[in-house]
Design a binder for this molecule. Sequence first.
Ligand code: PMP
Length: 406
Amino acid sequence: SFSAEAVPQAPEDPLFGLMAAYRADSDDNKVDLGIGAYRDNNAQPWVLPVVKKADEILRNDPALNHEYLPIAGLATFTSAAAKLILGADSPALAEKRTCSLQTISGTGAVHLGALFLSKFYPGKPTIYFSNPTWANHNQIFSNVHLPIATYPYFSKETKGLDFEGMKQAIADAPEQSIILLHACAHNPTGVDPTQSQWKEIATLMKQKSHFPFFDCAYQGFASGDLVKDIWAVRYFVEQGFELCVAQSFAKNFGLYGERAGCFHFVTGSGTDSQATIGRIASQLAILQRSEISNPPAYGARIAGLIMNDEALFAEWEENLRTMSGRIISMRTALRSKLEELGTPGTWNHITDQIGMFSFTGLSEKQVLKLRGVAHVYMTKNGRISMAGLNTGNVEYFAKAVDKVVR
Ligand code: PMP
């Protein structure tokens, strides 16, 4: 029988625990390199100017109300979200073999996809994640009882991609496994396959009839270019894969707490693909209804307004370049400070890696020392959120790293 008393204590979420420790630290020099949220050069949250503009427009709209959205979400938002992933001229869209449901940001999209696959993918397939991956992947797929496994991804030696290890694991996985792939700006490593490596991955996955599950949380954040960053997903769709995509707008719109996201399913181009996608959409709607009934409106309204207006879209692209540009300049600054200091080791990986994060190669011991001695907060795996660095603290951080590495 159920005993409330027997429920064990769960561990604290490491990332949110780290945030709390940072907030409690009263040192003037403290540096927050923990959570993946963009900060401006003054270490402050940044509301994108284009988001401010859209917010103004919405607030002043006398027709704005707080009614429920449809189960699948705001249609003007989900259709623009699909175009952003697949391209406005995508044959998959023209042939109407895609469906899109608005979700509780990227987390909700990963969950909806996981739930759908656990119910409809025959034979309880194993889902393979990169090692390492976003910590939440484990929990989300375990919650729906899909068996999980990992493929090698990060090479400790090169601090780049372990491509041979990755390919071997994909080749060795049982046929029709689900392979989770980060569309761009891999979290936590900042290491992405090159286009020619993606092509090899696609070929291998085709041979083994694996199912690609793309997690896309950083489109526009890696290179600053929305189209360039989504290249891999579009390539897989062109190759005729059936696949799904979990899309987050938390980072690229700075809409973290508004929970704007989308789940997309794309079928192959068979004769009955429209009927197939209709049935898939109907099942996704049932799952959505039982889980959240319908998604939250405001963030989707903001993102939808911007994506559907040419001038606002162009301004968004400019804002994206501001964020990605500042991060790239911090990569350059950190690497050159470390090289100036003659810090033991090589530091090219800081500028080779891309997106929000860098996997520094610092050990857990060094990370804890940095926290204790220098009030620098980063996750134990040595990951830093590049957006936490700015012209005011990058030298302080480099000197602190230099000290613990020696
Ligand atoms: N996937 C990855 C790889 C992520 O890094 C994140 C954000 N940390 C997400 C999904 C989802 O985040 P959110 O639910 O805030 O959109």
